[in-house]
Design a protein around this ligand. Sequence first.
Ligand SMILES: [Zn+2]
Length: 276
Amino acid sequence: LIRDFIVLADTHCHLDFEIFDLDRTTVLQRAAEAGVIRVLNPGIDLPTSQAAIGLATKWPIVFAAVGIHPNEASTWDDSALKELRKYASSNKVVAIGEIGLDYYWDRTPLELQHRAFKAQLGLAAEVNLPVVIHIRDKDQANKPALKDVLRIVNDWKDDLSKKNSELEDRPGVLHSFSGNVQDANEAIAMGFRIGITGPVTFKNAELLTTIVSTVSADALLTETDAPFLTPHPYRGKRNEPGYVRYVAEQIADLRGESVERISEMTTANAEGLFLW
Ligand SMILES: [Zn+2]
């Protein structure tokens, strides 16, 4: 019976990917059975942003974010901006994303990544939607992508504050966060939420478990990043939104709280950010 009181939000899931084409409806049914009441599907380019809106239009619990991923940043131009602006006016689009910096794959010149990221932060301010930020580093010791994101969003926050923007209190989320406690607290001080994914359930997740157990609970969001980053005990298999339950259970364990309370809190955190 306790199960009925669990409400969960999967704030990052690529439900539009082809890997879900054969059983998307069943996947969403399983998610609903696990207690998931909200799923955010971010785009990584224009076609996937459109697909995300399509799914959000079809399923009441699904919402969309639209944006160009840093690995696709070479496709950024004025017409992409115009398209995204148009997509953002759909009433089920609740964020701009995923956007950010990826120094791991290094697929796109940094200059182009920075240009697309900054332009989309500008679009988010213009259309009054929070951002979903992807950060990935190759240099794990110095984390230059994370440092650059923190510097760029700090400047953006100054702009928001000058414009008296409502986004000052809900600028966005650092998706699948992998920095240290100090980085997390720096982002939280700027008003950002911290997205927690499946790796928090892995045995060697010391940094993540420290973050989850020490930062302010109102900043935590639960995500799957499905089909990737599958939590224990399904590690290695395809991930799906219902598995966000394992992320919530692990956060609850680490903070010494009940899964009911953590689920309710992280779902409320997501609602406060995306206003869905
Ligand atoms: Zn993603």
